[in-house]
Ligand binder design. Structure first.
Ligand code: PEP
Ligand code: MG
Length: 324
């Protein structure tokens, strides 16, 4: 099987009936690039920049960040690199930026909420990204967006830093796309509105499941509620994809579902554009997708969203892909 997968390294991601999808990689640091290239990723669907902050003893400077972003953009040689602005808080802490202890950190001061509050830190990150944009194809996305005003505020700060850099004569790429992660049910529910303003969506299924099921993704006692195939989750994803496509916008999944062999046929059937996953899953996913027609997965997805439980959906997918 490994040998069969390896042959797909330089191939496009196509369904059995020739419809093209994208398979991309999730990374945490520029060091992950080797694995990304070895596994034939068509882009980076999620660069989790918080590791840059977490792996450092002090706040990374604009130049430190610029160097990391530039290395990734250059390493990807013109393929899209989707960088997520820092997602600190929740379970991720910084030694040099102590955050107040909270009763419910996953429902608290986290990600874009911090960026919009500590705007100097956010502006520094955006300047580093804007300067790096000249070295490749950069898309930027904001984590944990719940409301339209949050997106608009982040975009305004981005545009402000962009015009300042341009006025100062710094080279900045044209056509940097700005997107949001869909990982809070409120954003999925209003995805028709968001789709008119953002350039793309990337569904963070890990958090979307946690918040939809109201089950802490790290708590063993409630891990049975972490149900990626629950029809409630599939319906939110379907709504998000349909609303994006109505506005001609692109949708990725960058949570664990993006590379999960049970979720992949369902997401294909829902019309997802990009599957972003750990690099080591890419060839397996590409191989699976090549065996499935869009007609059969569409039918599968429509049946699945009308079922009642996670286990029923899982059994249906297994029966459909069995022997492929
Ligand atoms: C997600 O929530 O699915 C996601 C990709 O973000 P993270 O796992 O970093 O929270
Ligand atoms: Mg998340």
């Amino acid at each position: 099987q490994k040998a069969e997968w390896a042959k797909l390294k330089d191939e496009k991601t196509l369904s059995a009936d020739g419809v093209e999808f994208m398979t991309a990689a999730n990374i945490g640091t520029p060091k992950d690039l080797d694995g990304v290239l070895e596994n034939g990723a068509e882009g980076i669907g999620l660069y989790r920049t918080e590791f840059l902050y977490m792996d450092s003893a002090e706040m990374p400077t604009e130049d430190d960040q610029f160097a990391a972003y530039k290395a990734v953009l250059e390493g990807m040689n013109g393929k899209t690199v989707t960088v997520r602005t820092m997602d600190i808080g929740g379970d991720k802490d910084l030694p040099y930026m102590p955050l107040p202890k909270e009763e419910n950190p996953f429902l608290g001061y986290r990600a874009l909420r911090i960026s919009l509050d500590r705007t100097e830190m956010f502006r520094t990150q955006l300047r580093a990204l804007l300067r790096a944009s000249a070295y490749g194809k950069l898309w930027i996305m904001f984590p944990m967006v719940a409301t339209l005003p949050e997106f608009r505020a982040a975009k305004e700060i981005f545009e402000d830093e962009k015009s300042k850099l341009i006025a100062a004569g710094v080279e900045v790429a044209d056509g940097i796309k700005l997107g949001i992660m869909i990982e809070i049910p409120a954003a999925a529910m209003l995805s028709d509105k968001f789709a008119k303003e953002v350039d793309f969506f990337s569904i963070g299924s890990n958090d979307l499941i946690q918040y939809t099921m109201a089950a802490d993704r790290g708590n063993e006692k409630v891990s049975y509620l972490y149900q990626p195939y629950n029809p409630s989750i599939l319906r939110l994803i379907k709504m998000t994809i349909d609303n994006a496509h109505k506005e001609g916008k692109f949708v990725a999944v960058c949570g664990e579902m993006g590379g999960d062999p049970i979720a992949v046929p369902l997401l294909m059937g829902l019309g997802l554009d990009e599957f972003s996953m750990s690099a080591t899953s890419i060839l397996q996913a590409r191989s699976l997708m090549k065996k499935l027609t869009t007609t059969e997965v569409k039918e599968l997805a429509l049946k699945a969203i009308d079922l009642e439980t996670n286990d029923e959906v899982k059994a249906l997918v297994e029966a459909t892909v069995a022997g492929k």
